[in-house]
Ligand binder design. Structure first.
Ligand code: IMP
Length: 433
């Protein structure tokens, strides 16, 4: 038995989907434990490209895929995603399990998310507009609707009508959005239809996962977003509304921390961020544009272009600490192929002029202090043998490993499954079992 948590160490989009997909070959189940369809994972195999938002990437390999109690689910969008996967020949219904305790993203949550952002104007967070924040607000406010509530149609109908009344008042009076109204009866009919399709998938997932552990199975816990979007430890308020850290894998899936056997941190070889908020190593010049174009840095969920910058060692070192990371997978190294020199932020200059190597209280107005490294200036995309890697790339990797305090166990040289070098297979559980 082994339980591996896979988390993003920066602001999301580190390439978790590909690594989860790769490791799933040896897993019996993949569990998502937080977030919703704000996530976007791109996975390539053969000549097919799959973009997943909700369904765990394990589904592509025919592995048991679980949406845990900690996720928030937009049912119409989930069904669209399932239908799309089925059209591409993936068997979803027989492999997907959905927690009866997962919260539902309702139509008003999406509306609130979008209206709130509009109202904030320049200070907006830059959310994905998928209703994630308002859904978690209702969960914590104890007025949310859980997937399992759909099974009791009388109770669901009653709750829906009550909530729709309240939300409509909020929409019209607070947001001055008087044209919008929600017809509880229409939503009720629509959701009862969705239930028909998904009923066989809705189960007590903590029980299911604990049973799998008892049977000695290997389980991957697939994090969404990244460490610095965590609502407690990220660049608040420019964060998502869930805990993205490894610690939440236990709460969001209903297992004890004593079962966790490893935490693999996914590290992009440079840094990107979508949405607003501080980003010390951001590049607004030609180098930033090279990273954006070469790395195809456009959001899988919203299509927005991602902000790009140099590798920030302070950020990832903090992520290693916060998540208890046992080894790292470095992705998208091939994107750096064209640079003469590469820069790594090794400390920050604080607004008061002081230089600090430790993670500061706030990333606002800090200036990165860089160490320069020579680039490798050759094509490395698709290399699969460690011996083929240029010495400059090996030095860059060694430097990252030393600065962040974790060993590199996987190197990714392209988006395809096979474009990967597994360095120290014994460092993460999945290959040792
Ligand atoms: P929300 O999660 O839609 O509320 O958005 C909050 C912040 O998290 C925004 O800056 C989003 O761009 C960012 N975000 C949410 N999901 C992802 C993701 O999967 N990758 C990268 N950024 C994300």
């Amino acid at each position: 038995m082994a339980c591996l948590i896979i988390v993003g160490t920066q602001w999301g989009d580190e390439g978790k989907g590909k690594i989860v997909d790769l490791l799933t070959e040896r897993a019996d189940a993949v569990v998502r434990y937080q977030g919703g369809n704000n996530a976007g994972h791109t996975v390539m195999f053969g000549n097919k490209i799959f973009i997943l938002h909700m369904v765990p990437s394990g589904i592509l390999r025919g592995t048991t895929s679980i949406l845990g109690n900690g996720v928030v689910i937009d049912l119409p969008e989930l069904i669209k995603e399932i239908n799309g996967l089925e059209k591409m020949g993936i068997d979803v219904e027989n492999q997907l399990y959905i927690s009866d305790r997962a919260q539902l993203v309702m139509p008003w949550h999406k509306k609130f998310d979008q209206l709130r952002e509009q109202k904030k104007g320049k200070s907006k967070i830059g959310t994905t507009g998928r209703g994630i924040g308002p859904t978690y607000e209702d969960k914590v406010g104890r007025v949310g609707i859980m997937v399992g509530d759909l099974l009791d149609q009388k109770k669901f109908g009653f709750r829906l009508r009550e909530l729709a009344k309240e939300k409509n008042i909020f929409l019209t009076k607070f947001f001055d959005s008087d044209e919008i109204s929600f017809y509880a009866e229409d939503i009720f009919k629509e959701y009862v239809d969705y239930l028909e399709k998904l009923k066989p998938c809705i189960v007590d997932t903590p029980f299911l996962i604990n049973q799998l552990i008892k049977k000695g199975k290997n389980i991957i816990f697939e994090g969404a977003q990244g460490t610095f979007l965590d609502v407690d430890h990220g660049t608040y308020p420019f964060v998502t509304s869930s805990n993205t850290l490894s610690g939440n894998a236990c709460v969001g899936s209903g297992i004890g921390p004593t079962f966790i056997t490893g935490v693999l941190g996914i590290v992009k070889a440079y840094t990107t961020r979508v949405g607003n908020g501080p980003f010390p190593t951001e590049l607004l010049d030609g180098d930033g544009r090279i990273l954006q174009t070469e790395g195809n840095e456009f959001g899988a969920t919203t299509g927005r272009s991602r902000r790009c910058g140099w590798f920030d060692a302070l950020l990832v070192r903090q992520a290693v600490r916060l998540n208890g990371i046992t080894s790292i997978a470095v992705t998208k190294l091939d994107v750096l192929d064209k640079f003469d020199t590469l820069k790594i932020a090794t400390s920050y200059r604080l607004p008061n002029g002081e230089e600090c190597e430790n993670f500061p209280k706030s990333l606002e107005n800090v200036t990165p202090v860089y160490q320069e490294m020579p680039g490798w200036k050759c094509k490395t995309k698709g290399l699969v043998n460690y011996d083929q890697l240029p010495t400059e790339m090996l030095s860059y990797l060694d430097k990252i490993s030393e600065l962040v305090g974790a060993n590199v166990s996987i190197i990714s040289t392209g988006p395809k499954r096979e474009e990967t070098i597994v360095l120290n297979p014994d460092q993460f559980w999945i290959l040792t079992n």
